[in-house]
Design a protein around this ligand. Structure first.
Ligand SMILES: *Cc1c(COP(=O)(O)O)cnc(C)c1O
Length: 622
């Protein structure tokens, strides 16, 4: 009689990996640490080995182990794991991608887009989409997000998903050779947005059905949607409602590590066949994946995706439902505290959410509706969005729903730094907002801690507790600057500065008033390789063509793309950059992080330098 496998409850790849590792095979292959043995040669290596434990090193083996199938060729146990994931997540085909959704997005582009193709992308998309545009030499046609008074980056309004709007954008695009095109090659929608606004994906699909050959929903923050009825019809791989004659092939890319349970870097790429004229040979997806994948994948990462599938299959609903309960309780507690403080005319954090008193797990209650003041946006009756209860944005005082700024305000960076000093890390922050993610792993204890620390901030603020005490590193790095100041002094000075500069106006407008496209993104980027670039300060940037993508963190969404020209003197983008530069000079240690900006420090003063194409030989700026 065959011995029963005690590991039968395990999913296929993890089971195969575990069983194989347990046999302690003698591997005459890579990796060189040979199941961790090589690390024991010195104390640091030994510590490393012991910290992570033997099993991790025993499971880190070369892809030449035939018994474990092939991750890259999608054969054996890995293929079985991906097939199960496809079933559980609602796709025809699923690939496990081990370098994040950043790579999954590039794989989709490589499988579907050729140089010169038009791609329709939200300007609120992740930088990996912009990278893919550069790498594939595609021509971007932008959808612009709704301006939001609170400095959040809104969703795309549904009017932009119409034939008229897309045709007009293509016709007005200075980079395309095909201004009469009626269709784009690929359209990319970020669902949900960074602040948790979710589209009715079913409606977006229907509207875009014959306007794009391929459709990608970037669901990096939203891999859990298939597991709770709250999100019905609001995610890419939702069950088909009806079969259309012209449905584009559909992709969803999900960072399984972000809000589900896999290790960092683990992502899934889901694919569903279309019914349109242009079909994708699935081998194209395999090849595109090979171009981006390492030939030495880390098996424990792959196994974590497999285990994630098993967990979601067995208890996905319970996990998400519980996370939602936790988030709802937290939101209610913040709101209750706010009502109490308001009675005494005292400030508190405002959860960015519908104004009703009791919010339950009913998607209708979470809709962003036309005329809703709380959104800080103008919602059109044609739009269809809901807010995701799991993404909790807290607004700090300082901004009204029309982006005007109040006398009293507390910039979020002070709160964020205080929280960090107390060991609490927010996902992101804006000038007057903080985002907290209620992932399935969040416990009631952790929620209670967050509430406590927010209350503590309020007390420390009231005491005008010392900046040097809470932010000793900043105080030490900029001696004298913050001496004798308290948290309230600092907040007041910052708020007065931001208010005087009307920062919320620029923040609100910079994603909607796009700079002109001078050359295609890849052409500007290639300036780096051909030595055609120079760094200039902001004062000299006007009219020049950006070589790099410029992104502020937060929110991590590009404000300039390569190939775009720095627009007029008083454009919101330059205004935003200048204000940030001035802010950092005034409040060193509290500056916004930027990608694509070289910060040059001299005598305690910072200058922001941007990379632009140099003037051509003929003397004209490109
Ligand atoms: C984080 C993110 C990505 C990239 O995902 P990684 O898994 O970190 O590589 C892509 N798209 C969006 C919208 C994201 O937020």
């Amino acid at each position: 009689m065959e011995k029963e496998d005690k590991n039968n409850f395990l999913p296929p790849f993890y089971k195969a990996l575990k069983n194989y590792a347990k046999r302690k095979p003698a591997l005459w292959s890579t990796p060189g640490h040979a199941s961790g043995n090589g690390l024991k040669a010195c104390p640091a290596g030994k510590d490393f080995y012991e910290f992570f434990g033997h099993n991790l090193f025993q499971s880190d083996m070369s892809s030449s182990v035939e018994e474990l199938g092939s991750l890259l060729e999608h054969e054996g146990a890995p293929a079985e794991a991906e097939k199960r994931a496809a079933e559980v997540f609602g796709a025809d085909t699923t690939f496990f991608v081990l370098n994040g959704t950043s790579t999954a997005n590039k794989v989709v582009f490589f499988a579907t887009v050729k140089p010169g193709d038009l791609v329709l992308v939200g300007r609120n998309c992740h930088k990996s989409i912009m990278h893919a545009i550069i790498m594939n030499e595609a021509i971007p046609v932008y959808l612009t997000p709704k301006p939001c008074a609170y400095g959040l980056i809104g969703p795309i309004d549904f009017h932009q998903f119409t034939k008229e709007s897309i045709r007009a954008k293509i016709a007005a695009n200075p980079l395309t050779t095909n201004p009469k095109a009626a269709k784009v090659q690929l359209a990319v929608i970020t669902n949900s947005t960074y602040d948790g606004v979710i589209y009715h994906a079913g409606k977006v699909k229907a509207q875009l059905a014959d306007l794009t050959h391929f459709l990608l929903f970037d669901e990096a923050w939203y891999a859990y949607a298939a597991f709770h009825p709250f999100y019905e019809d609001r995610y890419a791989m939702a069950p088909r409602v009806k079969r259309r004659a012209q449905a584009p092939a559909l992709f969803a890319t999900q960072s399984t590590h972000k809000l589900l349970l896999a290790f960092s870097q683990c992502s899934m790429l889901h694919f569903r066949k279309g019914t349109g004229p242009q079909e994708l040979d699935p081998q194209g997806l395999v090849e595109a994946n090979l171009m981006h994948a390492s030939t030495s994948p880390f098996y424990p990462l792959f196994a974590s995706l497999d285990v994630n599938t098993q967990i979601m299959k067995d208890s996905g609903y319970d996990l998400i439902n519980k996370a939602m309960d936790t988030a709802l309780r937290f939101r209610a507690a913040v709101r209750r505290a706010g009502a109490r403080f308001a009675k005494h005319g005292d400030w508190w954090f405002t959860p960015w959410q519908p104004a009703r008193k009791r919010l339950e797990k009913d998607p209708a209650q979470w809709a962003l509706k036309s005329g809703d003041k709380w959104t800080g946006m103008e919602i059109d009756p044609a739009d269809d969005y809901i807010l995701d209860p799991l993404k909790v944005t807290l607004l700090t005082p300082g901004v009204r729903e029309d982006a005007s700024m109040t006398d009293f305000g507390i910039p979020a960076c002070v709160v964020k730094k205080y929280l960090a000093a107390r060991g609490v890390v927010a996902e992101k922050s804006g000038f007057y907002n903080l985002l907290f993610l209620f992932a399935p792993g969040v416990s009631t204890t952790r929620t209670a801690q967050l509430l406590r620390v927010l209350h503590d901030f309020k007390l420390e603020y009231a005491d005008n507790s010392s900046v040097e005490k809470w932010f000793p590193e900043i105080a030490a790095q900029y001696p004298g600057r913050y001496t004798g100041m308290g948290l309230a002094d600092l907040s007041k000075e910052m708020h007065a500065f931001l208010r005087e500069r009307d920062i919320m106006r620029a923040t609100m407008e910079m994603y909607t008033q796009l700079p002109p496209q001078a050359v295609a993104p890849h052409k500007a980027y290639y300036g780096l390789a051909s030595g055609r670039t120079e760094y200039v300060p902001l004062e000299e940037a006007l009219g020049r063509v950006s070589v790099l993508m410029i992104l502020p963190y937060p929110p991590g969404v590009p404000v300039m793309m390569p190939g775009e020209r720095f627009p007029s003197e008083n454009s919101p983008i330059l205004e935003f950059l200048r204000t940030n530069e001035a802010f950092e000079n005034r409040f060193p240690g509290f500056g916004t992080e930027f990608h694509g900006i070289k910060k040059v420090w001299e005598n305690g003063h910072v200058r922001y330098m941007v990379c632009v194409l140099n003037k051509t030989k003929k003397g004209g700026a490109v």
